[in-house]
Design a protein around this ligand. Sequence first.
Ligand SMILES: C[S@@+](CC[C@H](N)C(=O)[O-])C[C@H]1O[C@@H](n2cnc3c(N)ncnc32)[C@H](O)[C@@H]1O
Length: 216
Amino acid sequence: MSNELLNLCKKYKDLPYMQYEQAKVIQDIIIENNFNKILELGFYHGKSSLLIASILSNITNGHLTTLDIESATTRTPNIYKLLKDEKLSHKVTVKVCRRSYTFELMNEIISSSRPKYDLCYFDGGHTLDYTGFGFYLVDKLLNPGGIIIFDDLNWTIEKSQDAQKSKNSYQNYSDDEKKMQAVRVIFEHLVKDSGYECTEIKKLGWGIARKIKIPQ
Ligand SMILES: C[S@@+](CC[C@H](N)C(=O)[O-])C[C@H]1O[C@@H](n2cnc3c(N)ncnc32)[C@H](O)[C@@H]1O
């Protein structure tokens, strides 16, 4: 299985963002825990979605639901092309959000058939508001024993090149908030206090949070 993943990573090595080392960690988590319902926040070109779909291609009922805003679908290549080219479209549900995944996640919570996920790869909206509220919503949709992977623990508005390009979006943020590692702050101060066992993979900038199983 690892070879398929490695081959895809080699084929798309110049495409941002997910790299083999990260995909391998996700693969190990999925296999070790028998996870099959996966949620992803932030697909961008769809590279991480493609790699997760490839991991799930060997798991009969494994499926990925991934969310991003419309602008991600206008990228070249985009998620639809990647999945079609690699014959993996059937493993992924792509949800395009008008403004933010928070609205779509809220709707999943209030729907009568609330889905339950085993794993969430949280890689979109690294600010305090999106990550904080996003975590609150994902928690409601995550099975006990499930895992949330928080990407970009060290991200700040001040150091982000993308944030610099869209300065208008951050004009109301104070200098102190621009310096804040918002994902890390939420991981260390909110997630740990909310019934999660937390570990950090420093070399990847990842926070791994496992929802503690409540004894029956
Ligand atoms: C770092 S990229 C994702 C990279 C991708 N996971 C990969 O590794 O290939 C972050 C993505 O999150 C999306 N994003 C940020 N905030 C969002 C929000 N509030 N709702 C939906 N998508 C969001 C951006 O549009 C962007 O495409």
